[in-house]
Design a protein around this ligand. Sequence first.
Ligand SMILES: [Zn+2]
Length: 291
Amino acid sequence: MPFPIIDGHMHLATDSMVRKWTRSEQEESIIKKRREQFKIPRFELHSLQKTTELWKSEFNKYNIWKGVFLTHEPHNDEMLSFVKDTQFIGFTSVDPTEEDAPAMVEEDIRAGLKGLKLYPVNRGFSVSDKRCYPVYETAQALGIPVTIHFGVSIGYFSDLRYGNPIDLHPVARDFPDVTFILAHFGCGFLRESLFLSYQCQNIYFDTSSSNRWMEYLPYEITLKEVFQKCLKVLGPERLIYGTDSNFFPRGYRYSILQEQRLILDSLQISEEDQAKIFGENMARILNIRSG
Ligand SMILES: [Zn+2]
């Protein structure tokens, strides 16, 4: 690629991190069925050291400058040591309805993380709940972005009532200086995400994953049409490239990079604007100087 790439949506998953995810038998069996149904590749888990080496080598191979890695919990020591390497950027995650959430976010940011990821659907809370406001105040004070996974979620025990990005409207309006990034173009709620981004200039979308949510819409739409619409409404300044790369042996999802690059070329988006989507926007949000 003719410009530095920052992947805005990846996941760090080490052996010890994944072992901590406790699941009921019912949940395990549903996950197993879904893995088969969607042909999700099997994954291997490694120590932090090995995982770090693997990502280093993938970044070298595909010429990825930096990657934003999301986590599922605050105060993860492995995440904090992983981001000592400047190629890797880490976001923390909290349940923002908990009283000590603002303090946990602040501690993680002071320890080297650069943003916050929220999972309202998986954790079952409304982002506009006033109990979450102290966390947004903290994000504003620290100048960090907040990535949110709305919409369709692979977790069977999630709660779709909290999946509509429209729920973020009062928050985005009350915190105009906080950058809110909707993962996977709003993951199914494309119309609502576009409405919200029209209302609030601090709404960004990330382009990550295979975007399989398109299959659950009541009409046919291609990723090219999604890009076209989003470019029209948000412009190239508010789109953040991502792949949702997470496990090995699959490693870096380079095919997603190739696909999105081809789509943007076919839409005749200039190199200058593509450079924004593929890295400059995230660099600006995170105050990273180009190197
Ligand atoms: Zn993800």
